[in-house]
Ligand binder design. Sequence first.
Ligand SMILES: Cc1cc2nc3c(=O)[nH]c(=O)nc-3n(C[C@H](O)[C@H](O)[C@H](O)COP(=O)(O)OP(=O)(O)OC[C@H]3O[C@@H](n4cnc5c(N)ncnc54)[C@H](O)[C@@H]3O)c2cc1C
Length: 490
Amino acid sequence: MDIKIIGAGLGGLAVSCLLAHKGHDVTILEKNSTPGGKINEISAQGFRFDTGPSLLTMPFILEKLFEYCDAEISDFLDIQPIDPICRYFYPNGIQFDCYQDTCLNTAQIQEFAPDDVQAYKKFITYTEQLYERTKDAFLYNPLYGLSDLGNLNFTDFLKINAFQTVSDRIDKQFKSTELQQFFKRFTTYNGSSPYQAPATLNVIPYVELSLGGYYLNGGMYSLIKALTTLAENKGVHIQYDAEITKINTTDNKIAGVTDIDGNFHPADIVVSNSDASDTYLHLANKEDISLLKRKRVANVEPSCSGFVLMLGIDKVYNALTHHNIFFSKDYKREFKQIFEEKIMPKDPTIYIANTSHTNPQDAPEGGSNLFVLVNAPYLNNNIDWDNEEKRYKKLIIRKLQEHGLTDLSDHIEYSNTITPKDFYQKYRSNKGSIYGTSSNSKLAAFMRPKNKSRSIKGLYLVGGSTHPGGGIPLVTLSAFHAETLINRYE
Ligand SMILES: Cc1cc2nc3c(=O)[nH]c(=O)nc-3n(C[C@H](O)[C@H](O)[C@H](O)COP(=O)(O)OP(=O)(O)OC[C@H]3O[C@@H](n4cnc5c(N)ncnc54)[C@H](O)[C@@H]3O)c2cc1C
């Protein structure tokens, strides 16, 4: 079959490999001049930065992708565990190095929260149970047809705490504000708020703390280089600078797509890796999508966005490891500002990926490449990014200096920023969201756009805005689901 894929993000590249391996004739049409979408990199003045993901979890899903395509992942990628997975700095001076080894963690917890050592162990077991109860129903399941609903076990469903928030469940478990803040942080991995999202998302700490945190040696962008090579080896044709503006149909069935220059690209099947809201609300013909569906898609809440500051500095701060988090003083207030008031947090939690700690070649000798990320509201009328960018950059540098990165501003040799507006303009993500759709509602897992359209025959969807959600492992699963559904229905 002739398959056209809109977008060479992770989802588009992954599904192209799966489909080309099955013998289909696959072309990717990408609006930008490079592949990867939000997984991108910048090199300047001797510094290299990944501009998107910095942490890989569940690497076995990528392994499955290469295995499915009869390729050896180690020929393409050097996956390296990072330990400690992350260093946490609290406003009261406590520092916590989080390892995959529970004993190393409990030894530290014994020092700063002795009353919570048992609670920590119990919670890790609880997160594992959540993973076991949810993985077949919500992750490894296309959740599309009636046959897929068979994987939903009603008894299990009652035990996944879908009716309590992440925060309420954690507060019940821990006395220590440090551990409360630590566990609540994981909800941001899919761009949601721990004060709104269902406690089921407490499955995320299991994925990192028990299954491990990984880095791709040479940079996270090596994933995109690997998938592009694999796709091209399978015969996939990738056309860059080809923005698709329309999905063409005949009698509600795919006919092809049209690019911005008016060229028509015929297809039997179209897989869209553009954001699901853009696919349904702007690329598809209005007549092909019912008013109800259009309303439903428009109402799906995007995940939060992010404000990124890349700093190339002529110094190594010994306090920093590969992944670092500086927590804010009032977490609840911070999330209220991001998710309810939709303004930039006054006192943000600041994440720093310092990949030069692992890959010294990412910075000139004696220097560091600091990728700084702060959660930000998705695009809204409260923030004019043309004015906010400079102000917020200054605020972050000041905060980092207060957190102990002394005289940081004197050591900056290179700096660059990425705002929510850039995420929207570069990748067309819904309101600049960085993880696709949010999980702030109890029914988010069911409301998220599926990997096959029920409105247009032959239209499939992949990527973070579709089932099962955002982040490298889940987006890769969306590609598997789309391929399964194509096999099932075409
Ligand atoms: C700052 C940041 C930090 C992150 N950190 C992590 C992390 O540590 N770990 C993790 O697992 N995940 C992380 N993520 C999330 C992860 O990067 C995303 O979930 C994932 O990369 C999204 O892939 P996608 O397939 O949805 O495609 P996208 O990256 O959204 O790509 C879509 C592609 O489609 C193209 N496109 C869109 N519309 C059109 C059109 N009309 N015509 C042609 N082409 C089009 C775009 O240009 C783009 O190339 C992070 C993301 C960001 C931005």
